[in-house]
Design a protein around this ligand. Structure first.
Ligand SMILES: C[S@@+](CC[C@H](N)C(=O)[O-])C[C@H]1O[C@@H](n2cnc3c(N)ncnc32)[C@H](O)[C@@H]1O
Length: 238
């Protein structure tokens, strides 16, 4: 962790350009998920990373710091509301941490930026999806990220407490050649049990996402095994 991240998680505040302190939670990534992102990038030596949803820049700080520590790697972040809703604090934090040379930023919706990156032939090996969490937006994020993602690359989905996100992950694992990678995030047993029971209460009769309902963390990681090889009429319910 860099000293800015340590400070933010210690005081539980981010600072705007005027020095006003703002509580970034629960919007911002919790410490354990930030550390998970950084460890994932280190562990698999991921170089070209992309993130949907920057907000106050906490996840971006972890990812850019991982590249900085590795001495290589580059990050792209997309968020349409950086200046309007988040007062550009995400970008300010990246600057404060001296990580501007590790980041390219698009202040635009992901469904507009991702097709452009695809047309330009860009390639990535990791994406963190934490933008608009509605089912269709998350699916569109996945659809284009899959086009950008090299075989062997990884996608982390945040907020699998949401049925909409679990549905997308369920689609990915049943209809596409991706595998679920175990995620180890240490949390209290009571937190894990509360999370699991909440998921069952949300949609008790939905069984396709059973696997994720039982998943104790709020983030999941999938790995791309091959390019799309489905026949034109392939479909598995999800
Ligand atoms: C939960 S916050 C992200 C938190 C951030 N990853 C962090 O670690 O602090 C969700 C973000 O998604 C952004 N967002 C909403 N709709 C989006 C879209 N269509 N494309 C990209 N980002 C979007 C919001 O502006 C917000 O910053």
């Amino acid at each position: 962790m860099n000293s800015l991240l340590e400070h933010i998680y210690t005081v539980g505040r981010v600072e705007d350009s005027q020095g006003n302190l703002i509580d970034p939670f629960p919007t911002a990534t919790p410490l354990k998920i930030g550390l998970f992102l950084k460890e994932t990038i280190n562990k698999y030596s991921l170089k070209n990373t992309l993130e949907i949803g920057m907000a106050y820049g906490l996840s971006s700080l972890f990812i850019c710091q991982a590249h900085q520590d590795a001495g290589s790697g580059y990050h792209t972040a997309i968020d349409p509301k950086q200046s309007q809703k988040w007062q550009s604090i995400g970008l300010l934090n990246i600057k404060r941490a001296g990580l501007e040379n590790k980041l390219r930023f698009f202040e635009e919706r992901s469904d507009k930026v991702l097709p452009q990156l695809f047309i330009q032939g860009e390639k990535i090996d990791f994406a963190f999806i934490d933008g608009n969490h509605l089912f269709d937006y998350t699916l569109v994020d996945f659809f284009y990220i899959d086009h950008l993602l090299s075989v062997g690359g990884y996608i982390a989905f945040d907020d699998i407490w949401m049925p909409s996100v679990r549905k997308v992950v369920s689609f990915v694992l049943t209809n596409r050649n991706y595998e679920l990678i175990p995620v180890k995030i240490e949390e209290q047993l009571s937190t894990q049990l509360w999370r699991i029971s909440k998921r069952f209460m949300q949609n008790p009769f939905e069984i396709n996402d059973l696997k994720f309902k039982m998943f104790s963390s709020n983030v999941c990681l999938v790995k791309k095994i091959s390019e799309d090889q489905r026949k034109w009429d392939f479909h598995r319910s999800f």
